[in-house]
Design a protein around this ligand. Structure first.
Ligand code: ATP
Ligand code: LTN
Length: 326
């Protein structure tokens, strides 16, 4: 029996963070043997907020290398750049014609980003979830492993798949989301109420996957903590819950076991160990990253685009026929 399809993507809109790893990439790596995989670098999505073209180009290659450095195997998984497969833009247009304005108006990510980019609330930012639905539906995806912030977008994807199928006949598969039990929402080190985000410019907000050991140490030392001195997770301890979640995710150890080990230890000792642990996790990842040449990654992406295009073209041909394009 052929394997089910897993697909996910990340925007090349900044420095990938440990939140991106814990919320998304970690699951991709864990599941990649069991699925037929597509992992995208969603550069068209990144254009919805202002980008410097030279930096966008560099970050696109960087994200692709970080996928591989994190454990995605290009021999098993198709890694590709969204804009290299033109079917995404075309299907997105068609799906936008069955999407209601009101469905997009209630998207939390749109509302947040519209507030943050008041001077550039562009149409692309608004229709962003339609492009994401397109990414998923073009490949007849079964499973989409993402962080919790993508729940609404996935629900819209399922709605659009069903709506199109009802209107034009069975064409798309409605995908399932896959969210980690712990770590689906890693918070900023500076503010445990705000999601850690790779495009934040606040110093000390995020641990980047390519941060050096000194930077990691400094950021963790300065990370906000809760009142009191206990190393404990819980609704009244958002900062410690976040730090424990990171500790647990990079070591595979249960939060309860960590709480027990650090009972009575104090924040300072805990933070030193957390910084060492994060650095021990990042070291091999960064070594692998630096061993990958631009030439190697370019050839992976070319091959990926070819493989993705073959699948996407098939779905789009079917869609064009179904809606009446000649
Ligand atoms: P940006 O700040 O540019 O909007 P981002 O850091 O939110 O970027 P995305 O490219 O939007 O990253 O998301 C990539 C993947 O990482 C998605 O699956 C998303 O759910 C996940 N993710 C992003 N931030 C976090 C986080 N803080 N905790 C857990 N998962 C996250
Ligand atoms: N919107 C997602 C990125 C994204 C994505 C996708 C994730 C674009 N297309 C397809 C999964 C599947 C985000 O994380 N902000």
């Amino acid at each position: 029996m052929s394997k089910k399809i897993m697909l996910s993507g990340i925007q090349p809109s900044g420095n990938l963070t440990i939140g991106n790893y814990i919320g998304a990439i970690r699951q991709w790596v864990a599941l990649q043997n069991d699925y037929h995989n597509f992992f995208m670098i969603v550069d068209l999505h990144a254009l919805t907020v202002p980008q410097d073209p030279a930096i966008l180009r560099a970050k696109t290659l960087e994200v692709a290398k970080l996928y591989i450095a994190s454990g995605i195997d290009p021999a098993q998984s198709t890694i590709f750049v969204q804009s290299h497969v033109p079917e995404h833009a075309e299907l997105s247009w068609i799906l936008s014609t069955i999407t209601k304005m009101s469905e997009l108006e209630r998207m939390t990510q749109y509302k947040d980003k519209a507030l943050r980019h008041k001077m550039n609330v562009n149409v692309g930012l608004f229709s962003y979830p339609v492009l994401m639905a397109t990414d998923i539906l073009l490949y007849q995806t079964d499973l989409v492993p993402v962080g919790e912030d993508q729940t609404q977008h996935l629900e819209l994807t399922r709605i659009l798949a069903r709506r199109f199928n009802e209107q034009f006949g069975i064409t798309f598969k409605a995908p399932e989301g896959y969210f980690p039990k712990h770590g689906a929402r890693i918070m900023g080190l500076d503010n445990p109420q705000a999601k850690m985000s790779k495009s934040s410019t606040v110093p000390g907000h995020a641990i980047a996957l390519l941060d050096d050991a000194k930077a990691v140490e400094k950021k963790i030392k300065r990370a906000v903590t809760d009142s009191g001195s206990e190393i404990k997770s819980g609704a009244d301890k958002p900062a410690l819950t976040n730090l424990l979640t990171i500790f647990s995710a990079v070591t595979g150890r249960a939060i309860a076991a960590l709480e027990k080990e650090y009972k009575g230890a104090g924040y300072s000792a805990f933070k030193i160990d957390l910084a060492d642990t994060v650095n021990a996790f990042l070291k091999p990842l960064q070594e692998k990253y630096h061993s990958l040449s631009d030439k190697k990654i370019t050839s992976v992406l070319e091959e990926g685009a070819r493989a993705a295009h073959a699948v996407a073209a098939k779905t789009l041909t079917d869609v064009r026929k179904k809606v009446g394009l000649i």
